[in-house]
Design a protein around this ligand. Structure first.
Ligand SMILES: Nc1ncnc2c1ncn2[C@@H]1O[C@H](COP(=O)(O)OP(=O)(O)OP(=O)(O)O)[C@@H](O)[C@H]1O
Ligand SMILES: [Mg+2]
Length: 251
């Protein structure tokens, strides 16, 4: 089994879209998947069809409540929802708080093939907690000017977390989102990314697809919204590529 953080400190790059639809794709391929929404914005929670929740990952981080009590089955995957209270976790100064999430996952790790953690757009304690709890990280990258430069900073943080907090942490891959092959800039950025990071860049490109934006606002993952659109095809291929990289057998 693998715990994977979907991260990038840059906002709006497709972290939540990737977490939700990759999770749903893995679920459809027969894997048992848990999504943890670790962003105070709670976008993954809403994207999977839940409204404001009382039992969330906040209780786990703030009061060390049992994470099992927060798990809800939704649309083919399990979800631990987020709440806006998570923002408070960034500010408190409890010693060692970045390890609480990792500890909370220990009893349930073996029950899932994949645990995907949707990170907020920051490098604060929530993202560090996710990286500390994870075996792998997937970086979502939007093909934009300066995005590659931002990623260099993020990769430095990964190295620091690996040295100081979690020696298991590995980069599983970089997924390029909202890709448009007709744009020269997008093709250029892809070429730079492949030159710089080689095979770390997933072969699967997530194309810009309005259905991916629409389904989020409807609280459905892409396979329930329109299983024949480009977005469904791309996330299905990404799910295969992720399980191949991990050589995860179906249970
Ligand atoms: N491949 C895509 N095609 C079209 N729209 C997309 C695609 N991926 C994401 N979007 C849209 O772009 C916006 C940002 O995506 P998303 O919420 O996944 O980014 P994020 O990195 O999680 O943002 P934040 O940093 O705020 O958490 C959303 O409106 C989403 O619906
Ligand atoms: Mg998000």
């Amino acid at each position: 089994m693998s715990v994977i953080a979907i991260a990038n400190h840059k906002g709006g790059v497709g972290k939540t879209t990737t977490t939700v639809n990759l999770a749903a794709g893995l679920g459809r391929q027969g894997h048992k998947v848990l999504v943890i929404d670790l962003d105070p914005q709670s976008n993954a929670t809403f994207s999977l069809g839940l409204k404001k929740q009382d039992r969330t990952i906040y209780q786990v981080l703030a009061f060390q409540d049992d994470i099992r009590k927060m798990i809800q089955p939704v649309a083919g995957v399990d979800l631990v929802p987020a709440s806006v209270h998570l923002a408070g976790f960034e500010k408190n100064n409890e010693v060692g708080k970045e390890f609480i999430l990792q500890e909370s996952l220990d009893p349930i790790r073996s029950e899932y093939d994949f645990i995907l953690i949707d990170c907020p757009p920051s490098l604060g304690a929530l993202t560090i907690s996710a990286l500390t709890a994870s075996d792998f990280v997937i970086i979502a990258l939007q093909p934009e000017f300066l995005a590659l430069q931002g990623m260099t900073d993020f990769i430095k943080i990964l190295r620091t977390v690996k040295t100081r907090m979690n020696s298991n942490l590995e980069l599983l891959g970089i997924v390029v989102t909202q890709f448009d092959n007709r744009k020269v800039l997008h093709r250029d950025i892809m070429e730079h990314a492949r030159n710089e990071y080689g095979d770390a860049v997933f072969d699967t490109l997530i194309r810009g697809n309005i259905a991916l934006a629409e389904c989020q606002s409807m609280g459905k993952h892409i396979f329930d919204y329109d299983e024949n659109c480009n977005g469904a095809e791309d996330y299905s291929l990404l799910a295969l590529e992720v399980s191949q990289r991990l050589q995860t057998e179906l249970v």
